[in-house]
Design a protein around this ligand. Structure first.
Ligand code: AQP
Length: 342
């Protein structure tokens, strides 16, 4: 365990790989906004270096990065309060990742379920970057000495690996330099499931657009997708235990709770006994009420790309004031010769 007290600092990121969806919003973005309201430094990142671990069309990547920045701001992140950055504009992320590539072990990476899922049976043909993804993620966090990382449940294993990397670095070099960062996985929205299959995570890469609500969907599309969401024939229970064997029902109740910043028990106290024919329109109305202003604001912001680019440039300057000294100290610990002052 680390004895050093680190200044509380929040870091998290989202890949600009298109199709920003309700899972990203409830599992990550909405919670980023909640953390911004606390008295802590908050840093949020568009992780484009992660996105290219699988092929991205260069033009789409630029558009998606700016769109994601617009989404961050439209959802309530204030570039004056939070540091908003594009990962590739802060080179210390990739520089620290190389050091961590030399700390992490092959066996640790091979155990990552996201690697197994994404590389699938064709692992020999997957990029080296996809394999090393969790070491870059550890660097994203630790290059800020971040202490809190709000993420969805799917990122839990990667965060545990970041702690393993920090602990091994500290042990190997006999220092207490990197914090053992706490994953913050809380609330009803940390695992939003597909609207077509309650056992599958809502995901950008699902071929079925009906499986997810995109942040770019208009009000009619949102309402239609919820109306068509898979459910079962029973009425809603009055207590959470009644959802145990009902993945689709549980998912819709979780979405309602997360969207309305309530607990599942609070929602069920209100809607227990209702049929889906009654609950779905309630969910659709709530979703449109919460999501439509974000979509409208995103569209408006996207018309002013210069403004977005300036926000990112300013964010990277503020970020580098934190990351450059931490990288310099890391290099010293590792034994790199520092550049001479001329
Ligand atoms: N379904 C989800 N429910 C809750 N949280 C989710 N997150 C992603 N999907 C869900 C959270 O969103 C943040 C950013 O995720 P990412 O950019 O790393 O994207 P991802 O996990 O790769 O998203 P997808 O949709 O799952 O992409 P593909 O289809 O490429 O695998 C993270 O905090 C994540 O937990």
């Amino acid at each position: 365990m680390s004895d050093t007290t680190f200044t509380p600092r929040v870091f998290s990121g989202i890949q600009p790989s298109g199709n920003l969806h309700l899972g990203n919003y409830l599992g990550a973005l909405k919670r980023f906004v909640d953390w911004q309201a606390k008295d802590m430094e908050t840093i949020y990142c568009m992780v484009d270096l992660h996105a290219i671990t699988v092929w991205q069309d260069p033009k789409d990547l630029q558009k998606s990065t700016r769109e994601l920045c617009a989404g961050f701001i439209a959802a309530g992140l204030d570039p004056e309060k939070s540091i908003l950055i594009n990962q590739s504009q802060v080179p210390e992320h990739a520089q620290l990742a190389w050091i961590f590539n030399c700390v992490a072990r092959m066996g640790w990476m091979q155990r990552m379920t996201q690697w197994k899922d994404k590389a699938g049976k064709n692992a020999q043909n997957a990029s080296l970057g996809l394999f090393a993804y969790p070491a870059l993620m550890a660097a994203d966090i630790l290059v800020y000495h971040a202490t809190h990382v709000p993420v969805g449940e799917d990122q839990k294993q990667h965060l545990e690996l970041a702690r393993d990397i920090a602990a091994k670095f500290n042990h190997d070099y006999g220092v207490d330099f990197f914090p053992l960062t706490e994953p913050v996985i809380e609330g009803a929205g940390t695992r939003v499931m597909s609207l077509r299959d309650g056992t599958k995570k809502m995901s950008k890469s699902d071929v079925s657009d009906a499986s997810r609500i995109n942040l770019t969907d208009d009000a009619d599309t949102i309402a239609k997708k919820i109306r068509k969401a898979k459910t079962d024939p029973d009425a809603l229970p009055s207590e959470a235990e009644g959802l145990e064997e009902r993945p689709e029902a549980r998912n819709l109740v979780n979405i309602y709770a997360a969207m309305n910043s309530q607990s599942v028990d609070q929602v069920l106290a209100d809607v227990g006994g209702k049929q889906f024919s009654e609950f779905k329109p309630m969910l659709a109305e709530l979703s449109v009420e919460k999501m439509s202003p974000i979509t409208t604001e995103m569209t408006r912001l996207m018309q002013n790309q210069d403004e977005i680019d300036k926000i990112l440039t300013r964010g990277s300057e503020r970020a580098r004031a934190i990351t450059a000294p931490i990288l310099r100290q890391t290099y010293e610990i590792v034994g790199m010769v520092p550049p001479a002052e001329i």
